[in-house]
Write a protein that binds this ligand. Structure first.
Ligand code: AMP
Length: 193
């Protein structure tokens, strides 16, 4: 099964994706993690994206699509993929559909974590204090939230019109969200959703 973990920054996508990886032997592709690794290893790609990421803007579709393209082609023996933080634009979603098609596969389920803006701000303020991630600072976070609302949220109708969207209350506890997600996966594999 191939899953997109969808939602605004700090909705809990990464946490839930990691829990699914452990339970269902899926591979997690986080474009945010891949880009941070590229920065740490000082690659040309990493240098190109560092200012953009620190400001909280989206990096180019071309860069993230090529990262995902590489990983999908390298991991064809996997049970399935979880995309975390990708796609974030319609162009990325269309490219992902085309890539999956190329390998006779498809996105099966898009899990959308819904969290209200004030809770996101509280979560990020806490994470910034604890972890000090540069793009969690209040100015960058404002830009990231705006990028989500203006460029990414339009993917909700894109996936909903394909019957792939499943919404989850991301305000619940980590364990409660995880239970809802696992129920959705079970129902999906039984053809109930
Ligand atoms: P994340 O860890 O998913 O919040 O991503 C951190 C930052 O990496 C984002 O604010 C963007 O600058 C960049 N990024 C990650 N994934 C994408 C994507 N799919 N499209 C564009 N930029 C991305």
């Amino acid at each position: 099964m191939n899953i997109v973990m969808f939602g605004p920054p700090a909705a809990g996508k990464g946490t839930q994706a990691k829990m699914l990886v452990a339970k269902h032997s899926l591979l997690q592709f986080s474009t945010g993690d891949m880009l941070r690794e590229a920065r740490v290893s000082g690659t040309e790609r990493g240098r190109k994206v560092s200012g953009i990421m620190d400001r909280g803007e989206l990096v180019s579709d071309e860069i993230v699509i090529s990262l995902i393209d590489e990983q999908i082609s390298l991991n064809q023996d996997s049970h399935g993929f979880i995309f975390d933080g990708f796609p974030r634009t319609i162009a990325q979603a269309e490219a992902l559909d085309a890539l999956m098609n190329l390998y006779d596969s498809q996105i099966d389920l898009v899990l959308s974590l819904k969290v209200d803006d004030s809770s996101l701000v509280n979560r990020i303020t806490k994470r910034f204090t604890e972890e000090g991630r540069a793009d969690d600072n209040p100015e960058s976070f404002k830009v990231r939230l705006n990028a989500y609302n203006t460029q990414t949220a339009s993917l909700l109708p894109y996936y909903s019109s394909k019957g792939k969207l499943f919404e989850v209350d991301g305000m619940l506890s980590i364990n409660e969200v995880s239970i809802l997600i696992n129920e959705a996966l079970n129902n999906k594999s039984k053809g109930l959703i």
